[in-house]
Design a protein around this ligand. Structure first.
Ligand code: PGA
Length: 253
């Protein structure tokens, strides 16, 4: 983490928590993170709890992101949610291209590029996830895969707006497996992503925040956030409990 970039700890709840459970979480979280004011705190609840979480976090430092959005303004897209619908709720941003959405719902780099561009034109901040499979890492194609995901994902964003995107590097083999990347692996990949962005724009590369995700937990949070090119964490499992999530926020401060 560089002192010029504010660390961010983001909790991706995936398909967990009813509104009542989300309210209980936030009552547990807020008192634990009031003093960690050098860290940006983000929670990503399911759609149904977004409005309640925006209301419950108003006036606090916690920002609320959605986990998915459609790039079209409206139309016959059953089950989809538009940017305007999220803006109306005062949501702050959206996770884009999580590996579960890429793998289970066939999202691809070209469709994600359209979403990133649409979000840049809105009031919502994009958090773009990238990362290689274990097979790609073993075959030595990790860098090629990251290059494809990052350059295509950002291809429709003007260079002077790239720093408004946050990237999460999430090696797929580390997600939900308890198998966290080593510090060297995480640093190497985050630095590689920053170098890719420098090919577009040097100042954007300096400013953009790059997070690590994949079995991040309180025990490894400080080491990961301490890496030169890692500016925070996207946390799945360990973000569901307010005490463990708060511990990671405090560790990043
Ligand atoms: P995990 O999930 O922390 O449970 O590995 C991370 C993610 O999917 O963003």
């Amino acid at each position: 983490m560089s002192s010029s970039r504010r660390p961010v700890i983001a909790g991706n709840w995936k398909m967990h928590k009813t509104i009542a459970e989300a309210e209980q979480f936030i009552q547990g979280l807020l008192p634990r993170v009031t003093t960690a004011d050098s860290v940006d705190v983000v929670i990503c609840p399911p759609f149904t709890a977004l409005g309640a979480m925006v209301d419950s976090t108003r006036g606090s430092r916690v920002e609320v992101y959605a986990q998915h959005v459609n790039d079209q303004p409206e139309g016959a897209f059953t089950g989809e949610i538009s940017i305007a619908m999220l803006e109306e709720l005062d949501v702050h941003g959206v996770i884009i291209g999580h590996s579960e959405r890429r793998g289970l719902y066939a999202e691809n780099d070209v469709s994600l590029a359209k979403k990133v561009a649409a979000l840049i034109d809105s009031s919502l901040a994009p958090l773009l996830c990238v990362g290689e499979t274990e097979a790609e890492r073993d075959a030595g194609t990790m860098e090629a895969r990251l290059r494809e995901q990052v350059t295509t994902g950002l291809s429709e964003v003007p260079s002077d707006r790239i720093a408004e995107v946050t990237i999460a590097y999430e090696p797929i083999w580390a997600i939900g497996t308890g198998r966290v990347a080593t510090a060297d692996q995480a640093q190497e990949a985050c630095a590689f992503i920053r170098a890719l962005i420098a090919e577009r724009d040097a100042s954007a590369a300096e400013q953009i925040r790059i997070l690590y995700g994949g079995s991040a937990k309180p025990e490894n949070a400080a080491e990961l956030v301490g890496l030169a090119d890692c500016d925070g964490l996207l946390v799945g499992g360990a973000s569901l409990d307010p005490a463990s999530f708060a511990e990671m926020v405090v560790a990043a401060g």
